[in-house]
Each structure stands twice: as structure tokens, then as C-alpha cells.
Design a protein around this ligand. Structure first.
Ligand SMILES: NC(=O)c1ccc[n+]([C@@H]2O[C@H](COP(=O)([O-])OP(=O)(O)OC[C@H]3O[C@@H](n4cnc5c(N)ncnc54)[C@H](O)[C@@H]3O)[C@@H](O)[C@H]2O)c1
Length: 278
């Protein structure tokens, strides 16, 4: 049950593909907290994903947009303001895709035009979203913009490949654009660095289940779920966090500050035993 933390607020949620998507949970929680929202995703996701079901459930309209295309983003913000009846209070950027990972090209054999496409989809789209919103003067005063990221921006996770640089770029855009949006009309921009989570994008990373278990064992609170991430996003969209901006906020059960955790040893012993029995 909600607490009306977002009562009267209008939001745009990118990236709900299916029930496992983090954006799906965020959309549900925002509406539960009293917000009205529009949903958006690439046209192909509308054909194959379950977003229409979510839209029906939340009584929200879907506005298709490829987040790499400025004209789509202009249409998205203009239509969202019409449908929701005013400027936008919050935006969730929940978009990530690596072409080289998807096509199984290793990090030391990268195809550079794919890498550029990856950066465009996973990071530059965040800048494009913010620039479009600013040019259209679409964000309400004291609004809140969030992007979702991963700790591979700071530490090396070999199989995360070019997504590591995508996330570093995304986090940097939050800091740089956060300055300009703050000065313009007190809009805050942050990234949330989430634990590994079982979703379509997450599971595409090689060895995903192993590092999900490893992170779970190393973190004193265990991995943060997508529902917990949705709760955190709600607080960041609410008026309770008005002075937080230009930050990368770890939402990972403590993983990012761990050095060594005894729980990992038991997990590793079990892991080796299972591997030997296979
Ligand atoms: N799953 C994890 O382990 C994890 C951990 C930390 C951060 N994240 C981040 O969370 C975000 C959401 O990912 P998810 O795990 O929910 O997976 P997901 O696959 O459900 O979501 C990714 C979304 O990006 C959308 N997308 C792809 N190209 C697009 C484009 N050009 N324009 C608009 N949308 C596009 C997809 O259609 C999809 O809805 C991503 O930024 C991801 O990197 C995920």
C-alpha cells in the first residue's frame, strides 16, 4: 500500500519490457504512490514485450520512442505533457544494451561501430533525453531525473565488456547535466547503481548467475531486489530528497564498500565441489 509520496506528480518511465524489468517495478510503485505516468520503449519492445499489459494495469499511455532519436524524444515529452496535463516531475532512464555483448564479441576484439551504437543507446540517450526536456522546458521546478547504472563503471567486471564504459559515461552525464538542470530550475539528476538483478538485459552478461551469487554472498544485506530498487526510485522522485543531485547512489546491500566477506568462502567451496561433480 502506498503513502502518497508522489501524489499529483507526473512522470515518464523508460525501459519496461517485461515483468522482470526494473522499470516495470518502478512504474508500479510510482502509480501506487499516487503519480500519473506515461510509459515508453522502442517500437519493437511494444510488439514483443508485455508493456501493453502494464499500461492497462496502470491506466497509463504508451508513447513509443527510440531514445537515440531526438524527434522521438521531442514527441515523447510533448505528448506526455498533453496527456498528463502539465510539466514532468520525474523521469526514469532504464535503458541498456550492448551490441558487442549480444553478438558475443569479446572485449579485446571489439567492433567499434557497434561500440558507438552501444554508447548511443546506453548512455548518450540519457544526455539526449535531458537536452530535449530542457529545450522544451518540460521539467517542472524541483523535478527529479534518474538513470540506472552498475558498479562496473568503477571496478572491473571482465564480462561486462563495453557496458562498463557506457555506465561511466552515463554517470558522468548525470553529474554534468545535473549542474545545468539544477541552475536552470532546481531539477536534480542522479544515477542509482543497482545490484545484479535477473532481467533480460542483466542475464545477457556471460557468467551472470555466478556473479549474482557472488555479490549476494559478499554483501552484508544480500543483493538488492528490483522491488527494493523501485522503492529507492520512489524516494528519489519524492519531495523528501530535494537536495540530492549529481550523485551516483549505490543501492547494492553494501557490496560497493566490501573488501572481504567470509560468506564468499563457503559459496566458493560449494561452487568448486559442484564444478568437480559435473
Ligand atoms: N539487471 C541488472 O543486473 C542491472 C544492474 C544494474 C543496472 N542495470 C540497469 O538497469 C537498466 C534496466 O535494465 P533491466 O535490467 O531492467 O533490463 P531490461 O532488458 O528489462 O531493460 C532494458 C530496456 O532498454 C530498452 N531499450 C533498448 N534500446 C532502447 C532504445 N534505443 N530506446 C529506448 N529503450 C531501449 C529495452 O527495450 C528494455 O526495455 C539498464 O540501464 C541496466 O543497465 C541492470
Amino acid at each position: 500500500m502506498g503513502n502518497n509520496l508522489l501524489k499529483g506528480k507526473r512522470g515518464i518511465i523508460f525501459g519496461a519490457l517485461d515483468e522482470k524489468s526494473i522499470a516495470w517495478k518502478v512504474a508500479e510503485r510510482c502509480v501506487e504512490e499516487g503519480a500519473t505516468i506515461t510509459l515508453t520503449n522502442v517500437p519493437v519492445a511494444l510488439r514483443f514485450g508485455g508493456i501493453k499489459e502494464l499500461a492497462k494495469q496502470l491506466n497509463a499511455e504508451i508513447i513509443p520512442a527510440d531514445a537515440t532519436k531526438i524527434e522521438d524524444l521531442e514527441n515523447l515529452f510533448t505528448k506526455s505533457m498533453e496527456i498528463l496535463g502539465g510539466k514532468i516531475d520525474f523521469v526514469l532512464h532504464s535503458i541498456g544494451m550492448s551490441i558487442n555483448v549480444r553478438k558475443k564479441r569479446g572485449y579485446t576484439d571489439i567492433k567499434y561501430d557497434w561500440m558507438q551504437k552501444t554508447f548511443d543507446i546506453s548512455a548518450i540517450s540519457f544526455h539526449k533525453t535531458m537536452q530535449t526536456a530542457m529545450k522544451l522546458d518540460a521539467m517542472a521546478d524541483w523535478g527529479s531525473i534518474l538513470g540506472l547504472t552498475y558498479i562496473a563503471a568503477q571496478r572491473t567486471f571482465p564480462d561486462y565488456s563495453e557496458m562498463a564504459e557506457s555506465k561511466a559515461l552515463l554517470e558522468s552525464f548525470a553529474r554534468s547535466f545535473g549542474y545545468h538542470f539544477g541552475v536552470k530550475n532546481n531539477v536534480r539528476v542522479n544515477t542509482i547503481s543497482q545490484s545484479p538483478t535477473v532481467t533480460t538485459a542483466g542475464s545477457g552478461v556471460k557468467g551472470f548467475n555466478d556473479f549474482l551469487s557472488y555479490a549476494d554472498k559478499l554483501s552484508p544485506l544480500g543483493n538488492a531486489s528490483s522491488n527494493a530498487c523501485a522503492d529507492y526510485c520512489v524516494t528519489m522522485f519524492s519531495d523528501l530528497t530535494r537536495m540530492v543531485t549529481m550523485q551516483n547512489l549505490f543501492h547494492d546491500g553494501g557490496f560497493s564498500n566490501m573488501g572481504m566477506g567470509p560468506g564468499v568462502f563457503d559459496w566458493a567451496k560449494e561452487y568448486v565441489k559442484n564444478a568437480e561433480n559435473e
